[in-house]
Design a protein. Structure first.
Length: 105
């Protein structure tokens, strides 16, 4: 079993000065914590994997393909592989659990 505490993952991500911390990588999936501070721009490009975002804190908008919605704590968003997507209008520091399937390459 692998078990994690969100506060410890956030501390590790911040200590490594990165926006993304991958903490699970298995044959069929990977999971990481993604962070964008308020006002930040999201540099993401489309990925080759399906993605699921679970917003653990913060507020922003996200555009996936041609659709836009507001997200906040508890929001879940599915992004099909190869689809353009970006968070924007980040009004509160955003922390998002990201699940890739298959694992991010």
């Amino acid at each position: 079993m692998k078990a994690f505490r969100l506060d410890e993952l956030e501390a590790e991500r911040a200590a490594n000065d990165g926006a993304y911390l991958q903490f699970i990588r298995e044959r069929s999936m990977s999971v990481g914590l993604y962070a964008l501070d308020a006002g930040a721009l999201d540099p993401q490009q489309p990925h080759k994997q399906d993605e699921v975002y679970l917003v653990v804190s913060g507020r922003a908008s996200i555009t996936v393909g041609m659709e836009t919605t507001q997200v906040g704590r508890g929001s879940v968003v599915f992004v099909p592989a190869g689809t353009a997507h970006k968070f924007h209008h980040v009004t509160e520091d955003l922390r998002v659990m990201v699940i890739f399937s298959p694992p991010e390459s």
